[in-house]
Design a protein. Structure first.
Length: 403
């Protein structure tokens, strides 16, 4: 099978969930099939070397940042801000890249590139990968934004996004969700589109189980450069939850790991018991030291690669219902769920005091990760879906006027 994949970023380095997912699935698929990757330029030497398992990596022009007056003007257009990049130029470039080439399936990552459906040649099944439900994610993000011009802009843009997302999905031959929960919504929007679930996963060989270190350290994982929800969660954990935990467990500590922490996060290092490590080359030593991983997210959507990572490392995960959304892990046995700050304080305290319990949860989580979330298992599921589509072939539908 010859697979074309279009991504809105270079999936390397592996410093956030979207890049990890694309890289790992393509790495395993490329062992058995030919993969051509389209992604924005520039592609540096390290990325080119890491992506050498692809038959080709073809760059397209990176979308330019837009000043706010241009954002305001685009509010009057038919497409949401997240997908009205340099659409015409991008479509033209992709059509030139595809001219004379034959693919069995075209896989488009993220709703933001859904307009590339128009560039897929006739007879080639087109698949959209919904890393999250964008409409849902936007609604939750709005809840964290202060009132002002920025919130008003995104609220107005959300009206277009709510129309666009279902219409965009309906233009594809297939759709891949990251959870069965998301897949059910996609099927409701687009019942004629073949939809399957390929969850986010983890390299269970790279992330080996670590024995409990017996400490009192909580670990927060999350990339900050793309997701304000992680900033909110890290600040909440350090300012609202940890101080109350430390009243019960005096030496409790919090380490925050994640790329490009903004000032709101770096300033947390001045708080008692808080360390901000920022981006790190290898998260495994931090997982090994942690008694538990804590994720009090209040916004975002989709499933979290970092939870699968912690599970593979045999760490107990304490998460909000939203953070664990779509994950097949049994609450109380393979993961611990806390619904508000008070429950986070209670559960974090209990995990820090009870090593036997957190070890039991960690071992069950590791078993679940190996069974259901190993990238090798998930890549086979992706291949099966694409093969079934390629056997039936697809019929293109224009997205230009979707919505």
């Amino acid at each position: 099978m010859r697979l074309l994949v279009a991504a809105p970023f270079v999936p390397y380095p592996l410093d956030f969930g979207g890049a990890i997912r694309i890289y790992e699935l393509l790495r395993h698929v490329a062992a058995r099939h030919e993969v051509v990757l389209l992604c924005p330029e520039p592609i540096d030497r390290a990325a080119a070397a890491a992506l050498s398992f692809c038959a080709a990596v073809e760059p397209f022009p990176a979308p330019a940042s837009r000043p706010w007056p241009e954002h305001a003007r685009r509010l009057l257009g038919p497409l949401p801000a997240s997908v009205s990049l340099t659409a015409d130029a991008l479509l033209s470039r992709v059509r030139r890249l595809l001219r004379g080439r034959r693919f069995d399936v075209a896989q488009i990552e993220f709703l933001g590139l859904a307009h590339l459906r128009d560039a897929v040649p006739d007879g080639v099944p087109a698949v959209l990968v919904e890393h999250c439900l964008a409409t849902e994610s936007r609604a939750r993000q709005l809840g964290l934004m202060p009132w002002g011009p920025r919130r008003l802009y995104y609220a107005l843009d959300s009206l277009k996004l709510r129309r666009y997302e279902p219409a965009a999905i309906r233009a594809f031959d297939g759709c891949i969700a990251v959870s069965e929960r998301d897949a059910e919504q996609i099927r409701a929007w687009a019942p004629r589109v073949r939809t399957t679930t390929v969850p986010n996963g983890v390299d269970t060989e790279f992330f080996q189980p670590a024995e409990d270190a017996g400490g009192t350290e909580l670990l927060f994982l999350g990339s900050f450069h793309l997701d304000a929800a992680n900033v909110d969660a890290a600040v909440r954990m350090a300012r609202e939850i940890l101080p109350r935990v430390r009243r019960r467990v005096a030496d409790a500590r919090l380490t925050i790991v994640g790329t490009q922490p903004p000032p709101a996060v770096t300033r947390l290092a001045g708080l008692p018991g808080v360390r901000v490590a920022g981006g790190v080359p290898d998260v495994r030593p931090y997982l090994a030291r942690a008694a538990a991983v804590a994720l009090p997210l209040r916004a975002g959507a989709g499933t979290k690669v970092r939870i699968a990572t912690a599970m593979a490392a045999q760490r107990a995960v304490l998460a909000s219902p939203l953070a664990a959304e779509g994950l097949d892990a049994v609450p109380g046995e393979e993961i611990v769920i806390a619904r508000d700050a008070a429950e986070f304080v209670e559960e974090a305290t209990a995990l820090l005091r009870d090593a036997r319990r957190r070890v039991r949860i960690g071992r069950a989580a590791r078993a679940r990760a190996v069974r259901d979330y190993d990238w090798r298992v998930l890549a086979r599921r992706l291949e099966t879906f694409h093969t079934s589509l390629a056997d039936g072939r697809g019929t293109p539908s224009a997205l230009t006027d979707a919505g």
